[in-house]
Structures are given as structure tokens and as C-alpha cells.
Ligand binder design. Sequence first.
Ligand code: FAD
Length: 316
Amino acid sequence: MKVTDYIKSAKQTLFSFEILPPLKGKSIQSIYDGIDPLMEFKPKFVNVTYHREEYIYKEKGNGLLEKVAIRKRPGTVGICAAIMNKYKVDAIPHLICGGFSKEETENALIDLQFLGIDNVLALRGDPIKTENIFKAHPKGHQFASDLIHQVNDMNHGKYCIDDIKMAPTDFCIGAAGYPEKHFEAMNLKTDLIHLKEKVDAGATYIVTQMFFDNKKYFDFVEACREFGINVPIIPGLKPIKTLNHITFLPKFFHIDYPEELSNELLKCKTNAEVEKVGIEWGIQQSKELMQKEVPCIHYYTMSNSDAVKAIAGNIF
Ligand code: FAD
């Protein structure tokens, strides 16, 4: 079922979460171990991220280094199929522009349709670690809006090879939104212009980047509405769990902690203390979002469901 249909028929705020494929070499059981504790909260859908290749340098033994491409977390599509089969919930694969030609994207979408997947979250992807700006595949897409156009074209029976009559797909397309603006955008206004382009291209719902200050989300939703972006905007929340997160999350995701939260984090000496603060903060954020009747709260588990379970147990 489509995310937008779940939202339309919901009587209260929905619960959903995102998982990462495990590192190469781990079994599907590691995915189930992360999902099992969260099923009691009846998620309507589970997102599975996509991770493209990285480059590493391998010693060749003669003093030379060899540049090798590796994908540390393959398996997005297979994991989606396994989740749908085991839990009977919708799984949403993340689809990215980076590393894909249009034809490869088309073929991936055909596979997804055959698997009965109704939703995709369409993203550009970040630059790979060895590049400081995003470089599109020579035959691929530069921006998420271009990818969304392609999925929407397929929803209208228009494929890359246009001399064959094709059955239209019927994907519900999600896009990413940034309450604190995307880090490359000149300002929030230009970012909203491009967000509107994604909606005009066919995205029918938005999932936000994590944020820790609900006001930023509420202001963002208001700004979107003023811009004529009228699709549901699902807030994304991430529980802070470790001492490392204190600096990693703002650096990696380009987000700020509100002062009240940073004051609490500064007092923490151990991961356990950080986790306690993160859970309490997540509960307060979730309670307020729920009171304001947001369509769904989407939790980023980053492959560890304990903190999300502790928050959801107080909310759902
Ligand atoms: P875009 O919408 O293409 O925007 C990228 C930048 O380009 C923005 O600054 C935007 O303002 C600008 N822009 C857009 N259109 C134009 C234009 N026409 N002209 C000029 N500038 C333009 N990454 C992964 O690799 N895998 C994942 O699974 C994944 N999941 C995510 C899930 C969520 C909910 C979110 C919020 C992010 C996720 N990301 C993921 C990260 C995402 O890929 C990065 O944030 C990426 O840098 C931007 O993706 P986007 O889809 O927002 O890109």
C-alpha cells in the first residue's frame, strides 16, 4: 500500500522507522534482530537505506597501492523483499542517483515492481568519500528531481526505450526535505525551490532529515506550505546514543543541537548517560509532534533499535 494512502486512512500519528543493510558478511538475522523489537508498535512501513560503493586503497605488497571499489552494505532490495515476506509490512527501498545510469535505474524499478514494492524514497545520494562534490553517472541523474521525473514517467508508461509499449508502474514516490536546509543549498529559500521541483516532478510525500528542535520542523512545514508544497511532511527523528554522536551527528548531517540539549550532553561522561539523555529528548520531541498531529514519526535506527524502542514505548 502507498505511504500516502496509509496517511490518508490513519486516525492518529503513524510509526515508521529506517534501517541500514548490515555490513557485508552479516546475515539477514541481524536485520530481523533490529526489526523484531519494534514490530509491537505496528509500523506501516520500514525504510531500507541504499549505500553506494566506496573506494579503498589496498597494499599490493610491492610498495604500491591499488584503488578498489567496495560496497560495504549491499542488499537493499533483497532486504526489502525479506521484510515484506516475514513481517507483512511495506518495505521502502531508498533509490539514489549516484552510481546509476538511467537504464540501471529503470531495471531496478522493474525488479521492485515485480517484488510488489509500492513505494520508493528517491534521493540524490551524497558525494562518495573520495570526491568533494557529487558527480552524477555520465548517463544518470544530477538531482533527485530528475530521478523522480524518471519514476513518474514510468508511472505513466514512459520508459527509457520509448519504442516499446510498456505497462505503467504505480510507485508512490517520497523525497527528502531539510528543516535546517541541505548543506549545499545557498539558503533555505533556494532549497525550498528545489524541494518544490521534486514535488512537481511527482513526489507525493516528504521525509525530513533528523532534527532536534521541533520548532525547526514546524517552521519548515509552514515555509513549505507558503511555497505551495502541500504534500505530507513526515518528521525524521534520531535518538542520540553515544559520546561519539555528540560531534558526529551535527558534522555528518549538518544539523544543530538546541542549547537545552547541548547543555545536557555536556554533562555526560559515558555512552549510557548520552543514551539516557537521547531517549528522554526523543520522548519529549515525539510527544509534541504527536500533539500537533503530524502524519507519522519516522525514526532513524542506524541499525540499533534499543533507543527507538524505549521512545516508541512511551509514545505509541
Ligand atoms: P537533491 O534534492 O537533488 O538536492 C541536493 C542539493 O542540490 C540541494 O542542496 C538542493 O537544494 C540542490 N538542488 C536540487 N535541485 C537543483 C537544481 N535543479 N539546481 C541546483 N541545485 C539543485 N543518502 C544515501 O546515499 N542513501 C540513502 O539511503 C539515503 N537516505 C536518506 C533519507 C532521508 C530521509 C534523507 C533526508 C537523506 C538521505 N540520504 C541518503 C542522504 C541524501 O542522499 C543526501 O542528503 C544528498 O546530499 C541529497 O539528497 P537529496 O535527494 O535531498 O538531493
